[in-house]
Write a protein that binds this ligand. Structure first.
Ligand SMILES: *Cc1c(COP(=O)(O)O)cnc(C)c1O
Length: 365
């Protein structure tokens, strides 16, 4: 029998979350962001549930090929554009739309031989200072692109650094408005956080939203808001079973480094999951976990293949009991990936993307 660990991808939840993002920006088209192998879910596994989107956004050309191989004929956007000149050949061949964020990419386009002119998304650096043209250089870049026979249509995009937090988006929105004022073309600004928190503003909804994390059932602004607040559903469950039970007496310790010491008699379940499965090693005693759908806590250190959990709140649990690391238990109880991530000092994004290769994955409704 294989090790009892299993990840489940919930297609109904993906559909639901995508519909939620549409509901938040009903007049916008939706890029389903499927970069990083659909945030660790697997592009092939989420494709059917997300094909109701207007397009797929990603950044790896191999992933774009995979989306086309699934039969998708609609728009695909390369969020970082070409990495080298010959990437443009693939864009021409597969009809990929691509971001243009620097002069080098315009040079490559100008030298590119193609029968089919490209649809490009010119990216403004409105303050995040990652990719994009600075505001004072944006118009010149637009004019250069506009003069190229290789370019069919220019859309305008930017990305927010603080849509999930107190600084907000006003300063970047103003920079975008200013830099793009009388330029024609469709606009795309909002990620998940901007769409959920700021889409009352039609300038944020614009022509296209680009939600990623919310589609995968994680609240972009946790702990300020959780998935229940945003009416999102978990799309990935990581589950395993109890493979050993220990009865501790006061003073007994658990695991490497003896970081947990029992102060009373306590029953401990040892479960088949560890950091080699993608569970964060930084989660320590107290991190929530569900045993038979009942909330309890992790005790001691996470090791490579095992974790210990406190069975006190679940007296009926024992060898073979169901354990939910994140997602939805069989009894319907939800443990959001955000809560676990916060306990490990990270984000739901990182946990879902880091699901290890050795974990078998099934797709369910
Ligand atoms: C990843 C990404 C998104 C999606 O962001 P979420 O926070 O996951 O919604 C949108 N736009 C760009 C440019 C991205 O790189």
């Amino acid at each position: 029998m294989p090790r009892p660990i299993l990840a489940t991808i919930h297609t109904e939840a993906l559909r639901h979350n995508l519909a939620r993002m549409r509901e938040a920006a009903p007049d916008a088209r939706v890029w389903a962001v499927v970069k990083a192998n659909a945030y660790g879910h697997g592009i092939e596994r989420v494709y059917d549930a997300l094909r109701g989107a207007d397009g797929f956004a990603l950044l790896d050309l191999l992933e774009a090929e995979r989306v086309r191989a699934l039969g998708w004929r609609g728009p695909i956007l390369l969020l970082e554009g070409a990495f080298e000149p010959r990437d443009l050949e693939l864009c021409s061949r597969l009809g990929l739309w691509h971001a243009v964020h620097c002069d080098e990419q315009i040079d490559w386009l100008a030298a590119h031989k193609t029968q089919v002119p490209h649809r490009v998304f010119l990216k403004l650096n409105s303050g995040m200072n990652r990719l994009g043209f600075a505001p004072q250089r944006f118009r010149a870049a637009w004019a250069r692109l506009d003069a190229l026979p290789q370019v069919e249509e220019i859309s305008l995009m930017t990305h927010f650094s603080d849509a999930d937090g107190p600084r907000g988006i006003a300063h970047q929105l103003a920079a975008f408005e200013e830099a793009t004022r009388d330029l024609p073309g469709e606009r795309s600004l909002g990620n998940s956080a901007a769409t959920l928190r700021h889409a009352a503003d039609p300038r944020v909804r614009a022509d296209w939203i680009r939600p990623g994390i919310a589609v995968y059932g994680s609240a972009p602004d946790f702990p300020q808001h959780d998935i229940a607040h945003w009416r999102l559903q978990p799309t990935m469950t990581l589950a395993t079973r109890v493979i050993g039970v220990q009865q501790l007496q006061p003073g007994d310790t658990v695991g490497y480094g003896s970081s947990f010491t029992a102060d009373a008699p306590v029953r401990i379940g040892v479960i088949a999951c560890g950091y080699a499965d993608g569970y964060p090693r930084h989660c320590s005693t107290g991190t929530p976990v569900l045993v038979e759908g009942v909330r309890t806590r992790l005790v001691g250190r996470v090791s490579m293949d095992m974790i210990a959990v406190d069975l006190s709140p679940v007296p009926q649990a024992g060898f073979g009991s169901e354990v939910t690391l994140w997602g939805r238990a069989t009894n319907g109880t939800v443990l959001s990936i955000d809560e676990v991530a916060a306990s490990g000092g990270t984000l739901g994004y990182e946990l879902m993307c880091a699901l290890a290769q050795r974990v078998p994955v099934v797709v369910a409704v």
